[in-house]
Design a binder for this molecule. Structure first.
Ligand SMILES: [Zn+2]
Length: 113
């Protein structure tokens, strides 16, 4: 089974054999040498193993084929995760500022009384 990849950096397209990746989990662009972290490749391989295990018993009644395109993932995986995480961090900082202002206001009220 072939896995298809395209490099985000140089747009080189290449494919790797699933069993070869299992032996040597290295995902490296043959064009520019960009590579993925080994644990990310191992996670992908482990997840695919689970898909294969789930598909195998189905074969008695149905053959199946699934195309997984990382540019066309279902929600919530269709959004860029790094952008979402940054927005969440900014919200948290704003909340902290509001809390400090409220505490100061309460102290002032206590002094007046
Ligand atoms: Zn490349």
């Amino acid at each position: 089974m072939q896995l298809e990849f395209q490099c985000q950096k140089c747009e080189e397209s290449f494919s790797l054999e699933f069993s070869d990746l299992g032996t040597d989990p290295e995902l490296r662009c043959p064009g520019c040498g960009a590579h993925a972290a080994e644990d990310q490749v191992e996670n992908l391989l482990a997840a695919l193993e689970e898909v294969f295990a789930a598909m195998s018993p189905l074969r008695r009644k149905f053959t199946s084929s699934v195309e997984i395109d990382s540019e066309d993932l279902p929600p919530p995986y269709d959004e860029a995760p790094s952008v979402a995480r940054k927005a969440a961090l900014l919200d948290e900082e704003e909340d902290e500022d509001e809390d400090e202002e409220n505490e100061e206001a309460e102290e002032r009220e206590a002094d007046e009384l």
